[in-house]
Design a protein around this ligand. Structure first.
Ligand code: UTP
Length: 276
């Protein structure tokens, strides 16, 4: 059983400066809800109610979001505005929240290693909240938990991206198991298009088995001097098994301004239920 979901949220969000100078990028709203709340809702829907955050300096707004706000709630008690907080209240009641800090931002792999303190020795999910996903029928994490129960190995979500965009992603190659599943045999971090083995890019949803922590501890800094999760996953793929899953649904890269605007428009047209 997977119960835990880790949210590495310590990154600087440089693609969204100056908005992210003092505000966590994960608190950017799509319509009236911050990105991180969409991510926690997706985790809860998948049955993962123990939520862990790897935070960093300047990220306290995330902790405050998943807590009560007494003054505000007292102020709006008994008014129609209370309704706006129903969703977040239900989420707070359904989940537990733990926090640990990454002191030096040495990359996603390092952030996940810091998460060992809240995850312990069990399989867990990882959500990069700036990748906003809408699943078909059920959420992307719920789809992946189902697969984990079948294969019992680490699973990465993948998406076919335009070939000129491979340098923004970890890219996989492997043995096709079905239309939606590939057993990974190769993984390259942010390859130039001419070096990319495929156009199948890893997006911000993972299920990881806990041996990843020991591997990360022994992983040398890779591309950009950061501890790369991709390097550790490649180790797992070589010594055991990593599956790559073409999820059913749609993803928006809300860490970029263009993806953020696209998500905002999509949600306003298709998801928002309070058009004026
Ligand atoms: P990104 O590659 O999106 O980096 O990190 P970033 O710093 O958040 O954003 P840009 O590229 O500068 O605009 C992927 C995920 O890994 C987390 C980020 O918070 C994000 O969720 N991360 C990255 C950490 O937690 N720690 C790190 O040292 C690096």
């Amino acid at each position: 059983m997977i119960n835990k979901c880790l949210f590495p949220v310590a990154g600087y969000g440089t693609r969204f400066l100056p908005a992210t100078k003092s505000m966590p990028k994960e608190m950017l709203p799509i319509l009236d809800k911050p990105l991180v709340q969409y991510g926690v809702e997706e985790a809860a829907e998948a049955g993962l109610h123990d939520i862990g955050f790897v935070t960093g300096r300047g990220k306290r707004a995330i902790e405050d979001h998943f807590d009560v706000s007494y003054e505000l709630e007292h102020q709006i008690a008994g008014t129609g505005k209370e309704k706006s907080l129903e969703g977040i209240r239900a989420l707070i009641n359904a989940c537990t929240f733990s926090y640990t800090r990454q002191i030096n931002m040495r990359g996603l792999g390092d952030a996940i290693l810091k998460g060992e303190a809240v995850v312990g020795d069990e399989p867990f999910a990882v959500v990069l909240a700036d990748d906003l996903c809408i699943g078909e029928e059920r959420g992307v994490l719920a789809q992946m938990v189902g697969l984990y129960n079948q294969y019992r190995c680490s699973i990465v979500a993948i998406e076919a991206v335009p070939e000129d965009q491979t340098s923004s992603y970890g890219v996989i190659d492997g043995e096709k198991i079905s239309d939606s599943l590939v057993r990974v045999t190769n993984m390259v971090e942010k390859p130039a298009p001419e070096d990319a083995p495929t156009n199948l890019a890893i997006i911000g949803r993972y299920i990881l088995t806990p041996d990843i922590f020991d591997i990360l501890r022994n992983t040398e800094p890779g591309k950009n001097g950061e501890i790369q999760l991709t390097d550790a996953l490649m180790h797992q793929a070589n010594s055991g098994c990593v599956m790559a899953y073409k999820f059913a649904g749609r993803r928006f890269d809300c860490g970029s301004v263009a993806g953020y605007v696209e998500a905002t428009n999509y949600f306003y047209e298709n998801v928002f239920d309070e058009h004026p």
